[in-house]
Each structure stands twice: as C-alpha cells, then as structure tokens.
Design a protein around this ligand. Structure first.
Ligand code: MV4
Length: 480
C-alpha cells in the first residue's frame, strides 16, 4: 500500500494519519466546507473537499469518497470511527472498486449490526449471555410468559439499536404490554426495524470490553480489557485499562470468550467485544463493535501495540507478528473525553471560537487532539475536542498524571467538560474502584461540581495568602 485515504475528520483522522505517515505511506484527507482549515487537512499529503458542512453532504457520502479515492490512485481506505465505519454497504463498495477496506469484512459488520443476528451467530460458541430470548417478539402474552420465567425487571431492546438506543426497563408485568408497544414503534421509527427482544435486566453492571485482533491467516488474539463504566446517557466519559475488578483468571476467560465472538463472525482486523459485568463477577456478551474505538489509546498504552498499524498490516494480508503469550499488561492508562459542553448546563453543546487553547504535555501524557487556538468549534459534528490519555506504572499514578494534565489544559472561549472530568478522577468511588455504570447519575450534579470548584478556589486563595505572609515576613528580616 502506497496511499491511504482517511474517511474521517478531527482527532481520529489525525491519529490514523500519524501512523500511516510513520509507516511510510502517503495520506489523503477528505473534508467538508466547514473543515477547510482543519488540522487533518493540513497534515495530509493530499486533501479533497467533498461537500458542504453537513455530514450527510460530505463525510457520509460514500460514493463521492470512493470517486476521490479512485481519482487519486488510493490503495486503501481507513474509516476511523463513526460516519461510514460500520456501514457494510460502504465497505463492500470500497472493495468492489478495487480498493482495500481497512476494517472487517462486510459480513461481520452486518451480523454484529443486528443484536439478534449477533446472538444467533455466537450461539454455537458457548459464550455467556444474559438470560432472555434470541428472537424478535411481538406477542405480549408470550412476552409476559418470558418475563415470569426469567423474572422482573426485564429489559426490552431493539435488535437494530445500539449504544442504549431503543432500550426500556420493565419493572413489573402490568407495564409490559404498554412498554413493548412503545419499544416496537420507537424501534420502527428510529431504525426502520421494529424487531425487539427481551433480556433479564442486570441492574448495576460494569461495562467491560475486550480488544480483539485477527488476521486473514486464522490468528486471533485479544489485547485485554478496557473499563468503560463511567458514562453519561450512553456516552462514555472516562475509560481505563486494565479494569480494577478483573484478575488474571477472569481476564483470560473473558479474552477467550471475546475471541470466540470474533471467530463466530469470521472477524478480520481490530474489533471490540462488549460485556456486562455484574456484582457477582459474572460476565455476559452484549455486542461487538466492528471498528476502531474512540478509547483504543488506553489499550495501546498498556500493551505497546499500535492498533492502527496492526489494522493496516492485517489489511495488507500480513500475519500478526506476535502471539497471545507475547502480550503483557504493563502499567495503567486513563482516558478522558474532553467535550465542548457545559457540565453546569446539562452538558449543552458549547460552540464558538477557541480564544485560548493550550494542551498539556509531558511524561505519561498523550493528547489525541483535533483542535488549535483560534479555531471554531463547529456545530455540525460531535462536540468532542480531544482525548486526554495518561499513563502510570500504577492506577494511582495514572490518575495523578491525569489531574495535573487537566489543570494544565487551558481552554477559553467555549465551555468544556474538563472540570467534570476532574470531578470524576477526584471522586472516592472512582479512586477506590467501587463504581458501575450508574456512577454519573449517582454522584454527579452541577451543585457538587460547583462546590468542589469553590472549595479549590478557597484553598488556592489560602495558599496564596500564606505565601504572601511568608514573603512579607522574609522581607522584614534585618539584612545584617
Ligand atoms: C443491558 C443492561 C442491563 N441489562 N442489558 C446499554 C447500551 C447497550 N450497549 C446495552 N446497554 C445495557 N444493556 C441488560 N440485559 C444495561 C445496559 C446499560 C449500559 C451498558 C453499558 C454501559 C452503560 C450502560 C448504561 C445503561 C445501561
């Protein structure tokens, strides 16, 4: 491969292009009219405008992107995450045009894009699943019988849903009929597919996912877990690797289960298998994400593996050059997603100009960043500014590096979630490791954040006063 087009924008386009460049391969950026001056456009060897600001007119225009790729003699397309990354039709079209798709086969994307098809595919592989049914259901009487069988509360899920969309908890039998009708009509309008199914509701799970990697030679490996329990409305906020709750035995079992899921759909490349983890230390397969994930850097930190490089090597047909036994966890990594949102105003997106934008740097800090001082934060796309990733020999160290890095991250002109992130990293429940997917709902409020910020301001004022008094004292000392 001599030239790769990155069909994405922002921090992930830059991150992917950095590895491509390091591998001695040329990069092609595509961009919308809103991104003319974006860093990913300037970083690339070549860049082509593909349409107006709206994603539907630019970054989602698969045909246009393929046309550009052919014109420029591109050998491969990397989709990043979001946009076209899990679009089976696009993956197929790329291949049909003689371009290498740097991602899994369209069959795997399709199967894992449907919860029910995914359950069906992994059925024969003895993978732990939440008690429930594995087919679409419309009959409320049948649903009631299942509810009685597995016990309430139950969860109704949309087969075509993902990331929490189209889910409904049903506490008791009386509510079932009504909730099911709503779930079906919601799924129909949101996904054009009204198929829903039922699972036992796991009330306080942790979200733990396993990174897998496979090649076209039949090698399958896992690169351990990421803990992603700190999230807000199904939007991850903080991720880390490894998880505090796994031991080597459980880690190996979950890794093996994840590899089986990958095998079940003939997966090729880098993928992620999500599990729920309950208070009795049971784990259950949830879904598989058939793309490079936002939070992949924490895995790169603790394993030393560049996942984008591996994706490209696998797409070129190379065999993975290391084995499961070669992989060892070294240290601990934390990631904070920094959004242009106001944590005091219900995380309202905050747009405007970055009047000041200074990113932290130093030992144990990795910034996956897509912005610069003076840039506008556009309203058209995801409001994530950057990922702040830190590393330490221990979890405590990674947290300390993170808190210092947050303090050294200066943003003016838009609101950010930096203070909210600091709130998480300073929280006792987070630091002790005793948290689950309800962390934010349970502990966060604007008042709690304000209280903490004010306390810090008081402390800072006190320290300044103390220093001032000390300086004054020293000045008064007689010089002889
Ligand atoms: C669940 C669950 C409890 N029980 N399934 C949310 C996103 C989608 N991937 C699946 N999700 C869940 N499925 C059963 N049977 C709780 C969640 C869930 C969740 C999962 C992972 C991370 C955060 C979450 C927040 C709320 C609910």
């Amino acid at each position: 491969m001599k030239k790769i087009l990155v069909a994405n924008r922002g921090e992930i386009a830059l991150r992917v292009m950095k590895t491509i460049k390091r591998m001695g391969i040329d990069t092609v950026a595509v961009y919308s009219e809103a991104d003319r001056n974006a860093p990913h456009v300037r970083f690339a060897d070549e860049a082509v405008c593909i349409g107006p600001a709206a994603s539907s007119e630019s970054y989602l225009k698969g045909d246009k992107i393929i046309e550009v790729a052919k014109q420029l003699g591109v050998d491969g397309i990397h989709p990043g995450y979001g946009f076209l990354s899990e679009n089976a039709g696009f993956a197929e079209a790329v291949e049909n045009n003689g371009i290498t798709w740097i991602g899994p086969g369209s069959k795997a994307i399709k199967v894992m894009g449907s919860k029910l098809a995914a359950k069906d595919a992994v059925k024969a592989y003895d993978i732990p699943m939440v008690p429930g049914i594995d087919e679409a259901i419309t009959d409320t009487e049948k649903a009631k019988a299942i509810g009685k069988d597995i016990g309430f509360p139950i969860l109704i899920k949309a087969s075509a849903g993902g990331g929490g969309k189209g889910m409904r908890v049903v506490e008791k039998e009386e509510d079932l009929e009504d909730q099911m009708k709503r779930a079906i009509s919601e799924a129909e309008s949101a996904f054009g597919d009204g198929s829903v199914f039922i699972e036992k509701y796991v009330s306080s799970p942790r979200h733990i996912e396993i990174q897998v990697l496979s090649d076209t030679h039949g090698n399958y490996l896992h690169l351990f877990e990421r803990e992603c329990s700190v999230q807000r409305r199904h939007q991850k906020v903080v991720e880390e690797a490894p998880s505090v709750v796994l031991d080597d035995e459980l880690r190996a079992r979950m890794g093996e289960a994840a590899v089986k899921v990958a095998k079940a759909c003939d997966y090729v490349g880098a993928g992620t298998v999500e599990f729920l983890f309950d208070e009795n230390r049971n784990f259950y397969f949830l879904e598989m994400n058939t793309r490079l994930q936002v939070e992949h850097p924490v895995t790169e930190y603790i394993t030393g593996v560049d996942l984008v490089e591996q994706q490209i090597r696998v797409a070129r047909g190379e065999a993975i050059a290391f084995s499961q036994d070669d992989l060892k966890i070294k240290g601990h990594a934390m990631e904070l997603r920094v959004y242009a949102e106001d944590p005091l105003e219900d995380f309202m997106p905050s747009t405007g100009t970055l009047e000041k934008y200074q990113i932290p740097q130093g030992e144990g800090i990795r910034m996956d960043n897509g912005f610069e001082e003076g840039m506008e934060v556009p309203i058209y796309y995801d409001p994530m500014l950057a990922k702040l990733v830190t590393y330490g020999k221990t979890r405590e160290e990674a947290i300390e590096v993170m808190i210092k890095a947050i303090d050294n991250y200066i943003v003016e002109g838009v609101s950010t979630t930096l203070a909210f992130g600091k709130f998480v990293f300073q929280h006792d429940a987070f630091r002790s490791g005793d948290f689950d997917t309800h962390f934010v709902k349970k502990y966060y409020s604007p008042e709690a954040l304000k209280e903490e910020t004010e306390q810090e301001a008081r402390l800072a004022a006190l320290l300044a006063l103390k220093q001032y008094l000390k300086d004054k004292e020293q000045l008064r000392l007689p010089s002889n």
